[in-house]
Design a protein around this ligand. Structure first.
Ligand SMILES: Nc1ncnc2c1ncn2[C@@H]1O[C@H](COP(=O)(O)O)[C@@H](OP(=O)(O)O)[C@H]1O
Ligand SMILES: [Mg+2]
Ligand SMILES: [Mg+2]
Ligand SMILES: [Mg+2]
Length: 329
């Protein structure tokens, strides 16, 4: 599967979209629009979803796409200027695109999450993108609730073994049962490096990765969790599934998405977890929810049967689950 047409397509698609999003960031001040749930969406998010959706239809006619964004706001009067900007960037790779087509391609991503489908987060970590920090294009193929192929494009991840920002960026690819690998985002002919998680087995030495945004997790509880394990190093804040890439490459041992006190009933979205979770498990790590249950991708657009996410290098997973229980997470 890692050499399959689907895997090759996925990595090429995230690379093209991630490079385009980087140009959006370089060439314009990206004012965000506010969605119904008050979260931001930018020209970059719409551009990436339009291009990947169009490429998907060209390469695999008849497949389904479940994307984070929709073109509803772009089709409104108030969205006209944003739509013009999105069309401008889409034309950098699809020169004949019209505004109408751009909306249709984005809305191709509104399929039902059932059976076999691709899922796309055109920019994961939009808040990180707006701040100039980490973000990722996350794309995965799901069949009957199982993630089969995963690709991540991380323009600000110089080298997945470290959370450091900058450089040429990285792309990651994983296929179920066939491992995970990473390559420079700048050069599709560069060497692929196999990914494997850290083999640390002493919890006190664990490097903990978490969101930057306090509204996406529970910062205080993460501190208690670390204390319970005797961890003295501060947790590392990183936006997006770039932190899943770092865990997969051995640059950290634990990744936590705890329930935010403001949204205790939040259900994780499939596009926020599908690609990142396969990259980690194929690199030798473990991914469950906070209760130790496997992530269940067979309930539509959200992980309705799960609560939060715990990902680890593998050896530390049981200790992390115990510590979560002890702090009431
Ligand atoms: N209350 C909440 N709890 C957990 N995740 C949330 C959340 N509200 C939004 N998110 C998700 O957190 C993602 C970013 O994760 P992180 O904090 O790790 O960067 C967002 O993805 P988008 O940026 O694609 O919208 C969004 O889907
Ligand atoms: Mg969003
Ligand atoms: Mg996201
Ligand atoms: Mg997003």
């Amino acid at each position: 599967m890692i050499d399959s047409p689907e895997a090759k397509f996925a990595v090429a698609a995230v690379r093209e979209a991630a490079q385009l999003v980087r140009r959006v960031q370089a060439e314009m001040v990206t004012d965000a629009l506010e969605k119904g749930d008050k979260s931001p969406v930018t020209v970059g998010d719409f551009t990436a979803q339009a291009v990947i959706a169009r490429r998907l239809q060209d390469n695999f006619p008849g497949v389904k796409l479940v994307g984070e964004e929709s073109a509803a706001d772009l089709r409104e009067e108030a969205g006209t200027e944003t739509l013009e900007q999105v069309t401008h960037f889409v034309r950098m790779v699809l020169p004949h695109a019209t505004a109408e087509e751009v909306c249709d391609w984005i809305d191709f991503g509104t399929a039902d999450a059932e059976g076999e489908y691709w899922t796309l987060d055109p920019i994961d970590g939009t808040k990180g993108f707006l701040r100039g920090d980490q973000y990722a294009v996350a794309f995965a193929l799901i069949k009957d609730g199982q993630v089969q192929v995963a690709a991540l494009g991380c323009p600000e991840l110089a080298d997945a073994t470290s959370p450091a920002k900058g450089g040429d960026g990285s792309v990651l690819l994983a296929a179920k049962g066939q491992g995970a690998r990473c390559q420079s985002m700048a050069d599709p002919s560069a060497e692929w490096k196999p990914l494997s998680t850290s083999d640390l087995s002493d919890p006190a030495g664990a490097r903990v990765l978490r969101s930057v945004e306090k509204g996406h997790t529970n910062m205080g509880q993460i501190d208690y969790f670390a204390e319970a394990l005797g961890i003295t190093a501060d947790p590392v804040g990183m936006d997006s599934q770039a932190k899943y890439a770092v865990l997969a490459a051995g640059g950290g041992e634990m990744l936590l998405r705890l329930m935010s006190p403001k949204m205790p009933d939040y259900q994780e979205r499939i596009w926020d977890q599908a690609a990142g979770s396969l990259v980690i498990t194929e690199a030798g790590g473990r991914v469950t929810d906070l209760d130790g249950r496997p992530l269940d991708f067979s309930h539509g657009r959200t992980l309705a049967q799960n609560r939060g996410v715990l990902a680890t290098n593998g050896p530390l997973h049981d200790a992390a689950l115990e510590a979560l229980k002890s702090v009431g997470a």
